[in-house]
Ligand binder design. Structure first.
Ligand code: TDO
Length: 116
């Protein structure tokens, strides 16, 4: 579940141009009444939905089909020192995913657990 911190925070517009994904966002905006809550959406080549993600949200997805392709519009340049994340299975958020993950990067398994 990725985001860039502070002044490098990004707006994202995500769509799924081939296959299907379960796309999840977590509200990490301090002071938000929804702080720490998440929402999930299916985006697919057949429903043509796009997800607009404001600054201050973590974002991640699970592919639901083989050979899936995802497209992003992102408002900021990639800035590695500001790149951050939280775990997809952090109990603080208790995200329900459609299936157990079959592949997850080392980096995404290594984000520290957070306290909300
Ligand atoms: C995100 C990004 C990564 N990279 C490089 C860094 C690294 O060598 C390689 C893979 O990086 P990552 O593991 O961060 O890539 P990835 O896991 O695909 O990162 C993406 O995940 C989804 C969930 C998002 O929301 C995106 O904004 C982005 O954070 O690509 C860029 O050159 N430019 C970029 O904009």
């Amino acid at each position: 579940m990725h985001f860039q911190t502070a002044e490098y925070a990004e707006v994202k517009v995500v769509s799924c141009t081939r296959g299907a994904i379960w796309d999840v966002i977590i509200d990490l905006r301090e002071g938000s009444k929804n702080f720490g809550r998440y929402a999930g959406f299916e985006l697919s080549e057949s429903n043509n939905r796009q997800l607009y993600i404001p600054k201050g949200f973590a974002h991640g997805f699970q592919t639901l089909r083989e050979d899936t392709m995802v497209s992003y519009l992102i408002s900021e340049f990639y800035h590695p020192p500001a790149a951050s994340g939280v775990r997809f299975d952090d109990p603080a958020f208790a995200i329900e995913w459609p299936a157990a993950p079959s592949v997850i990067s080392e980096k995404d398994q290594s984000w520290p657990l957070v306290r909300v």
